[in-house]
Design a protein around this ligand. Sequence first.
Ligand SMILES: Cc1cc2nc3c(=O)[nH]c(=O)nc-3n(C[C@H](O)[C@H](O)[C@H](O)COP(=O)(O)OP(=O)(O)OC[C@H]3O[C@@H](n4cnc5c(N)ncnc54)[C@H](O)[C@@H]3O)c2cc1C
Length: 464
Amino acid sequence: MGPKMQRKDFTNEMKADFENLFGNQVSFSDPVLIAHGNGESYHPVAKPDAVVFTQSTEDVSNAMKLCDKHSIPVIPFGTGTSLEGHVNALFGGVTIDVSGMDQILEINEEDLDCRVQAGLTRIRLNEELRATGLFFPIDPGADASIGGMAATRASGTNAVRYGTMKDVVLGLTIVKPDGEVIKTGGRAKKSSAGYDLTRLYVGSEGTLGIITEIQLRLFGQPEAVTAATCPFPDISSAINTAMLVVQSGIPVARMELVCEKSIAAVNKYSKLSLAEQPTLFFEFHGTPAWAKEQAEMVGEIATEFGGEGFQWATELEVRNKLWAARHSMYHATRAAYPGCNGMTTDVCVPISRLAEAMEQAAELVEKHDVIAPIVGHVGDGNFHLAIMVDPDDEAHIKRAKAVSESLVENALALGGTCTGEHGIGYGKIGYLKAEHGGGVDVMAAVKAALDPKGLMNPGKIIQA
Ligand SMILES: Cc1cc2nc3c(=O)[nH]c(=O)nc-3n(C[C@H](O)[C@H](O)[C@H](O)COP(=O)(O)OP(=O)(O)OC[C@H]3O[C@@H](n4cnc5c(N)ncnc54)[C@H](O)[C@@H]3O)c2cc1C
């Protein structure tokens, strides 16, 4: 490990260099710096010294060369929806906002792939794909950028069927910390050509380089979609249902758990009258007959475990109504606890240990006296507690952190991970050693080799 990172003064010479090169594409205004100093997390804002709005790979390369010249930190920024302090400029420096790089560069319908710029958001990509009969399945709740999703190895509700960003990124264009542009991977569906650099950069959270273009796998839009919901008497009945669905090999496209507290919040927020019980939300893709058959098979399993009121539908409008509670959950929960921020946890365990992990989570919530609605991508063994914290109440934050820490310890003991999809940022940096042991030293060696000055998003994943 090199010397510890120190915050450097952003001098007039640096400012002039950026102004000369980027003109009105660079901002030093306080509201812009603050808006880029945190994502959607509970962490305090840490402002950069400047924000550069790039339009091309060349812009990114030029900005990186200037940061390299002055040895100042670089923080890549997509849409800022990350949850673990990923974009916070802990040591100041320059945030490179790629959201203006939002073009689809090619769609290869016959090969089911496309190439996009990093700032394109997933919803816009799917809007553009609609007429082609193809779609891009990875869906973190937020309308994140494809570059940010690749950088955090994101997933979401469809992962149980379609995988995560690690499965759908075929290749990348990367700007290295010294400004050099390289390409990784390609368009071939498989390759054994050397180290898998694509997978190295996917999930690297802007700590190794900036992604400017992404080659993505696409999927055919399903001929039919069936949605279903089912309330359960308790969380374990819902989890047992989810486990048996997975173990039976039913290729469910989505299987989400929403706890009774969240359903109550949604009832209030969206003026609904859903049963305030733990509820599973399902989606099935296939031919009309196959999607229906999957729903029926899952309905039988749910009934076996005490689920009552399994409802399913194929028409878009009814499907949307069935899923409304799941879709508005985030905003409903925030509205139910005004003045609070959500400290979102994100553990993932092997599916056979999910019921235990959730029971332990419920005990922790009770023991530390916090309010923490649960939502889970349960088909993957992944669940989140949104621990409601008053940002001005130190004692409250301490109790929430105690829950979060024990939750991770429990998940690791069950063979799981401290983060299924949100990533490490700096919020979870302390857990990496417990999960990977000496592997963290290998990660630090990779970081030192690819970013020798330690300028790329310092203080994230690896201690700076
Ligand atoms: C309501 C809500 C629900 C969410 N649900 C999910 C979910 O279900 N699943 C899930 O996985 N996540 C979820 N998230 C988290 C978040 O949406 C994801 O982490 C997303 O992938 C972040 O993308 P972004 O464009 O906002 O990235 P940002 O927040 O801008 O950046 C995230 C990280 O990636 C780096 N980065 C960004 N762009 C680039 C680039 N072009 N090159 C290199 N590094 C880059 C940044 O430096 C930072 O470290 C949720 C967030 C919210 C607010």
